[in-house]
Design a protein. Structure first.
Length: 272
């Protein structure tokens, strides 16, 4: 791997200190149907097994795992997202809280003392890694933290080229106003400012409009989403010493086809 890491994509989650509260108020995130899939993958490692999630955010997937009895570690680069996770933990029973460890760190170069039978990266974490150098750094770091025979399970979206060709540079409201727990209100719009075909990347703006007694405040989360083809993932994983155990077109384990919404991958690392 040559060249230094690009700046952390996670910076876009720290525009405001309570960004995690805004993230958790988006119904489309809370309604994602991936939690059962990741729970089933954890159950395969045995009751009470240990799980490391990279890019754990506010604990949307990891907290249900801890509630199900797993001993979990969540790594994220965003202090705002981790702060929200910690505040959610305060409402949990002591037995659940003690099964959760949170670590601030970068998916590309963290170093923890343990190894895990399962490492997960739910909700497109690898799409925050824009260059092959960064992707390989992350995969090498994951490999170093897997027990022999351990699995790395992650999802990315399956690029819809017809949608990518559309001009989506005009702001469109995609989340109508919802109430925040503290009495403020949130609505959100989205726009794609550019699609860069050579880099396989879309530049996205999520515009959070927070209304309180003093008016409406716009918080723009600007970030780049890197998209992957299924064959590219196979090559990338092989280059990092992984083999694909299974690949699906969604978290319901449907076959991967041209029109699948997701590419869901279960990979194992071959020890040299
Ligand atoms: C879309 S959220 C997903 C959070 C969680 N996995 C979920 O499913 O709700 C993406 C998360 O990845 C984190 N992230 C992005 N790039 C990262 C990096 N290089 N290192 C660590 N965390 C990163 C962000 O801070 C954010 O919390």
């Amino acid at each position: 791997v040559t060249g230094g890491p690009t700046p952390p994509a996670a910076g876009s989650y720290d525009n405001v200190v309570d960004f995690g509260t805004l993230y958790d108020a988006i119904p489309a995130y809370q309604e994602r149907d991936d939690v059962g899939f990741y729970l089933a993958e954890a159950a395969r490692a045995g009751p009470g097994s240990r799980v490391l999630e990279i890019g754990c955010g506010t604990g949307r997937v990891l907290l249900p795992m801890a509630r199900a009895g797993h001993v979990v570690t969540g790594l994220d680069a965003s202090p705002a997202m981790l702060a929200r996770f910690r505040s959610r933990l305060e409402a949990e029973a002591a037995g659940i809280r003690k099964r959760v460890t949170l670590v601030e760190g970068d998916t590309r170069e963290f170093s923890l003392a343990d190894r895990w039978p399962l490492i997960t990266a739910p909700f497109r974490i690898l799409q925050h890694l824009l260059t092959p150098a960064d992707q390989l750094r992350c995969l090498a770091t994951v490999a170093r933290h897997l027990e022999p025979g351990g699995r790395f399970v992650f999802d990315v979206f399956n690029p819809n080229f017809a949608a990518l060709l559309q001009d989506r540079s005009t702001e469109v409201e995609e989340t109508p106003e919802v109430a925040l727990p503290d009495g403020r209100f949130l609505r959100r719009a989205v726009r794609i400012t550019s699609v860069r075909w050579i880099e396989q990347a879309s530049d996205v703006e999520l515009i959070y409009c927070v209304r309180d007694g003093s008016g409406t405040h716009r918080i723009v989360q600007a970030f780049t989403m890197r998209w992957y083809g299924a064959a590219e993932l196979e090559h990338l994983l092989a280059r990092a010493g992984f083999i694909i155990e299974a690949q699906f077109g969604g978290v319901d384990r449907r076959p991967l086809t041209d029109t699948s919404p997701e590419i869901v991958t279960i990979a194992t690392h071959i020890e040299k």
